[in-house]
Ligand binder design. Structure first.
Ligand code: ATP
Length: 178
């Protein structure tokens, strides 16, 4: 069974930073996927954008975005997110690693995304994903899968976690010792 790595932790613990550094270190594995970035205006967070590993950027959520899908003060652009997902080649034959940041409440409003996560975790290519600690139905079910290892990142462990997870991912992609 292919194993996958799930990085969890409190908001602001360093999940996105860690997964971006892993994506950089595994550039030789042609990773596919995306990460999310905060958008600030005048020092105030106004939302989040999606950035694919091939550099496409798209809005995910904004304070002023209208519509029924809301998380706290943010409106989430689900059709936009699903359009973005369709442009990400999650199952590209030459990709040896999939990166997903993050499996969280905003993203899980999308049925397309929930299906992508399931299919990516089921597939033969290893996946590293960040996952919220709580907030969306179904997160516990993902964490309980037999083919995932869940690692918690904290401010205290985030720096020494990087080399440890790098070695683990090396093993998952088949380059590692043992
Ligand atoms: N290893 C690190 N050393 C120093 N600063 C860090 C480190 N990792 C993260 N940070 C800083 O901490 C802040 C939060 O990091 P990051 O966005 O990666 O956390 P997160 O867990 O993904 O947050 P969220 O749950 O809100 O998405 C950022 O300002 C980032 O620059």
């Amino acid at each position: 069974m292919t194993e996958n790595l799930l990085i969890t932790g409190r908001p602001g613990s360093g999940k996105t930073t860690l997964i971006r550094r892993l994506a950089e270190r595994f550039a030789d594995c042609s990773p596919v996927g995306f990460y999310t970035v905060e958008v600030r205006e005048g020092g105030v967070r106004v939302g989040f954008d999606l950035v694919s590993l091939t550099g496409e950027r798209r809005l995910l959520a904004r304070t002023g975005f209208p519509g029924p899908c809301r998380v706290g003060k943010y409106g989430v652009d689900i059709p936009g997110f699903e359009g973005f997902l369709s442009s990400v080649p999650f199952f590209a034959p030459d990709a040896r690693l999939v990166i997903i940041d993050e499996v969280g409440k905003m993203e899980c409003y999308s049925g397309v995304f929930r299906r992508v996560v399931r299919e990516v975790l089921d597939a033969a290519t290893p996946c590293v994903a960040t996952i919220a600690q709580r907030g969306a139905p179904g997160l516990d079910r993902i964490r309980a899968r037999a083919d995932v290892r869940v690692v918690e990142v904290t401010r205290a462990n985030r720096d020494h976690l990087l080399p440890e997870l790098e070695a683990e991912v090396r093993r998952l992609v088949g380059d590692g010792p043992g």
